[in-house]
Design a binder for this molecule. Structure first.
Ligand code: SF4
Length: 950
């Protein structure tokens, strides 16, 4: 144990616990109660000197006596402490300490005495029994397995509470008055008892009760017990220890702990201050043992890990450990196995496939690279699906030839083995089949590379054993049901690599029972979080929970329990720091009254505890003015490249020259893009002239049954235009609905066109090749109309929200239509419009083909004369005429954009941060999200907006 002098401290406030304990009578009385009842009736008073906790436990273990710890975690910590002390004495070998956790103690003693051959249910088996009971009681054969499972888990908790706090309620008559949810639980409990009696089963929650009777029936003397880390001793535990014989908890010399209570600006700074302080203590004294207590170990694990790693150099081993593991399913090792097994018979989502192929477990490195490339190909061809069946994936035309042959052969072989197995068989048989299937697929997890891999593999085997053990009642299940249970078994196993006894232990308040340290930092000591409160159990009547003093049965109970933990923590280290954040989730928070009562009011955290500013990155930032001129290599993305150049030069560079693309997640049914393409196909078909289509307003007005005319074109377009994957996955009714929707939309658009001044359609989907400032581009114009005055109108169909303001100089968001009008028309004049001879200016418009919003939006030289004489004077088509000056400015700007692109101008400079970036998708490439870049553009954005307000 270190003395306080090992710590460099400049306390903001410091108080002696012994004095402060007298401030809170509830806390004092609880401490007295705990310590005052430490001896059972046979023991008299404490005969020996009171030592500090570690020394007392060590002395007891050294005598070869037994210590029962409250939890597995506490038992391991005490064992580690015992070994540390022996090593410190220079010993090479010593007897193993007899330190055992409560659960193992009860089970071992029960197994030694039980001779009736009943099966002790493991947690998965018990859950299966309760699930069956819940399912049958509900009379809902269609109830979802997940909901049944949730109810069964709650029933197990309620059963455990009854066994631990009120065993007299296990008699059915004692629960006679229970109604509603409690009544349902009472019936389930009666069923559970009948089932256990009939099939010779026993729940682990009943072992303590049975062991009490066995001990009472056995008068032989037993070794005395010492208890460590019990913050509370429920009635049944107390009864069991009394039946055992001699027992007592350890008495500790009260430590005059130095305490501090810090208020910190926000939770992030609070965490970093703690990590920084711990890091300095360990650096100053590598032998220091520190405890960090947090109630948010699971929720904020990543954040905590990052904060502590911030002060660990890359060459060092991390000096911290979490007491809580992560669910096995969060390990790539186990998740990849579960996904592969599921894919043999079911489907995987697109994101699951992406993850699987990137995990490195689905096959060799080359195979995984080829599989990822296949996914990219699917996206490039717009063939993504929300769910993929294995066969569909393997046989998909553009990728079938790209898939690694050996991998395909292996996974098909595994699938065949599974198909050859019976439809339903015992979970044990399925569990035996899993390693063979995974090996057949070539799953890389079968070959552990490191010690942690090896430990994870053992836990995976444990999950398989648990899932296999569900065959205890002779049931047969399908592969799908077996995988459901295997997934849950893996989810319930918390994996933590074997402890290396790191100097900083990060743990929860209750889990810290039995641990002591040189110093403790308790995070999150605010009013909302400490005392920790929770609600009563919904399956037990509230008055019963209050009567038997079950956990969370009242606020006073919660307060008392948290006060006990606080007192225990204060007795576990010579220095205890508490902290809380003044701001949490954008809400102001106040200090915990419990902590304030014990250690005094919080003080602002001192400057020396605050973490230093984040270091400058090791990389050196330089302004990169170098440019890689465009040499005429393949240009990807078509005409959009100049719009991108205007939106953000880097976006143009990355998409057109590097082929970078954000990707759209697959959707069920038609995507917005596919719907837009179908609309284009229909309108192209309608306006492409005879024999099936029409060419001008006269043709349109002559159509008698417009809906039928449109319906024929829509049918034709959908027959050839709906992608195969949509046909496969969607029912015919869906496509009929899409067809009707499209007919309505196009019909209403043509009704709008009927109101126009006479016009003729000169071209639809016209191809035009142009060169601007040396940049060659191929354009495709949706439509060009000849207007009444002989001028031309360039039309672009849009189903989404579009606004011609996007063309506004000096930095347009979109230059596509100006580009078509000012550069794309000229080549068409020669090839298509031989008879061209009218005025050049006509207009450029978006055709908004949207339900309830069919109109033109854009610039026209004279809208009333060429589009519609009845247009309102407030219409932007009338108000903002197209002028020669505007055309000239656009032309100049577009040429400048093309020059910039050719010269390789590619700086990250979004036109309108963050809106431009939100619809870009290239953030991982341009790294705009990095704090420095973000801060720069946020500042720019604020300046622009403040400027515009003024
Ligand atoms: S995300 Fe923003 S900064 Fe990055 S390339 Fe796209 S537009 Fe430019």
């Amino acid at each position: 144990m270190l003395s306080l002098s090992h710590f460099i401290l400049q306390p903001a406030s410091s108080t002696k616990v012994s004095r402060l304990l007298s401030i809170d009578p509830r806390l004092v009385s609880h401490r007295e109660r705990v310590h005052g009842t430490a001896y059972n009736a046979d023991m008299g008073t404490n005969p020996g000197a009171i030592l500090d906790q570690a020394t007392a436990v060590d002395a007891w273990l050294l005598q070869g006596a037994v210590v029962v710890a409250s939890s597995d975690r506490a038992a391991r910590a005490l064992q580690a402490q015992f070994h540390r002390r022996r090593r410190a004495k220079g010993l090479l070998a010593w007897p193993a300490p007899q330190c055992i956790d409560w659960t193992t103690f009860v089970r071992t003693e029960w197994e030694e005495r039980n001779t009736d051959g009943r099966l002790l249910l493991n947690p998965a088996q018990e859950l299966a029994v309760w699930s069956e009971i819940v399912h049958s009681e509900q009379h809902l054969p269609t109830a979802l397995p997940a909901s049944v499972r949730r109810l069964a888990v709650m029933a197990i908790e309620a059963h455990d509470l009854v066994c631990t706090y009120a065993p007299q309620l296990l008699r059915e008559q004692a629960r006679a008055g229970w109604d509603q949810d409690a009544g349902a639980f009472s019936r389930w409990l009666a069923d559970f008892d009948r089932r256990c009696r009939k099939d010779g089963l026993v729940s682990s929650s009943r072992l303590a009760l049975e062991l009490i009777s066995m001990l009472r029936a056995d008068p032989s003397s037993r070794n005395p017990l010492r208890l460590a880390g019990f913050d509370r001793i429920p009635p049944v535990q107390r009864e069991l220890f009394d039946a055992w014989g001699e027992w007592r908890t350890f008495e500790f010399q009260p430590i005059q702990a130095e305490t501090h209570f810090h208020s910190v600006r926000d939770v992030h700074t609070e965490l970093e201050s703690c990590a920084y302080w711990c890091h300095r203590q360990v650096a100053a004294n590598p032998g220091a043992r520190l405890l960090v207590i947090t109630q948010e170990q699971a929720k904020r694990r990543g954040e905590i890990e990052r904060a502590f790693l911030r002060f660990t150099s890359p060459a060092e081993k991390p000096a911290f450990e979490f007491s809580l593991g992560v669910p096995l399913t969060e390990l790539p090792f186990a998740r990849s196995a579960l996904l592969l097994l599921r894919w043999l018979q079911g489907t995987l989502s697109e994101t699951e496939l992406d993850w699987l192929f990137a995990s490195g477990f689905a096959g060799s490195a080359e195979e995984c690279a080829a599989l990822q490339s296949a996914m990219r190909t699917l996206r490039q061809r717009d063939m993504q699906r929300p769910q993929w069946h294995l066969e569909k994936f393997l046989n998909q035309t553009p990728i079938a030839s790209l898939l690694p042959r050996e991998w395909t052969r292996r996974i098909i072989g595994a699938q065949r083995s599974l198909r050859e197995a019976p439809h339903a068989q015992s979970p044990t048989e399925w569990a035996d089949a899993v390693p063979h299937l995974l090996e057949r697929i070539g799953w890389l997890g079968s070959i552990p590379q490191t010690s942690v891999d090896f430990q994870a593999q053992r836990r995976w085997n444990q999950a398989l054993d648990i899932a296999g053990s569900l065959g205890f009642d002779g049931r047969s299940v399908s592969w799908g049901d077996f995988l459901f249970d295997l997934g849950h078994a893996a989810q319930d196993i918390l994996f933590a690599p074997q402890s290396v006894d790191a100097p900083i232990q990060i743990t929860g308040p209750a889990e810290s029972a039995g641990l002591d340290a040189d110093a403790i930092w308790f995070l999150g000591a605010d009013e909302e979080s400490w005392p920790a409160v929770a609600s009563t159990h919904p399956f037990l009547p509230s008055h019963v929970q209050r009567e038997f003093e079950m956990p969370h049965s009242s606020h006073i109970k919660d307060w008392d329990f948290s006060a006990t933990i606080t007192a225990r923590l204060l007795a576990s280290a010579p220095l205890v720091q508490f902290s809380f954040a003044l701001q949490r989730d954008d809400v102001e928070s106040r200090p915990s009254r419990l902590i304030t009562g014990v250690v005094g009011a919080p003080q602002p955290v001192s400057a020396e505890l605050l973490p230093p500013q984040h270091q400058e990155p090791a990389t050196i930032a330089i302004e990169d003015f170098s440019k890689k001129p465009y040499r005429g290599e393949r240009l990807q993305g078509g005409a959009a490249v100049l719009s991108y150049q205007s939106q953000c030069p880097f976006k143009a560079f990355a998409t057109a020259r590097l082929g970078a693309r954000g990707w759209d997640a697959a959707e069920n049914g038609l995507s917005a893009k596919q719907r837009g393409e179908l609309l284009h196909d229909v309108l192209h078909s309608i306006w492409s002239g005879r024999p099936r289509g029409i060419k001008n307003d006269r043709d349109l007005l002559a159509i008698k049954d417009l809906a039928r005319f449109v319906g024929d074109h829509v049918k034709h377009a959908m027959e050839s235009g709906v992608p195969a994957q949509v046909r496969d996955q969607m029912p015919p009714m869906y496509l009929q609905l899409e067809q009707s929707r499209l007919v309505r939309l196009v019909t209403s658009w043509l009704e709008f066109e009927k109101t126009r001044v006479p016009f003729a359609v000169e071209a639809t989907e016209a191809q035009s090749s142009i060169t601007i400032a040396g940049l060659r581009m191929h354009l495709r114009l949706d439509r060009v109309d000849r207007l009444h005055d002989g001028s031309q109108l360039v039309i672009d169909y849009k189903t989404g929200t579009v606004d011609p303001k996007a063309w506004d100089l000096p930095r347009p968001d979109d230059v596509q239509l100006p580009l078509y009008k000012l550069f794309g028309l000229a080549p068409l004049q020669q090839s298509l419009f031989d008879n061209f001879g009218g005025p050049v200016s006509g207009g450029l418009v978006f055709a908004r083909v949207r339900t309830g919003e069919t109109c033109f939006a854009g610039r026209v030289a004279d809208a009333r004369a060429t589009i519609n004489p009845d247009l309102n004077g407030n219409s932007s088509l009338v108000k903002r005429r197209l002028t020669a000056a505007e055309e000239s400015d656009w032309k100049e700007h577009i040429e400048k954009l093309a020059e910039d692109f050719i010269h390789g101008r590619a700086e990250v400079n979004p036109r309108d941060y963050p809106t431009t970036c939100a619809r870009c998708g290239l953030q991982p490439v341009c790294r705009i999200q990095e704090p420095e870049n973000r801060a720069r553009f946020e500042q720019q954005y604020l300046e622009q907006n403040n400027g515009s307000d003024e």
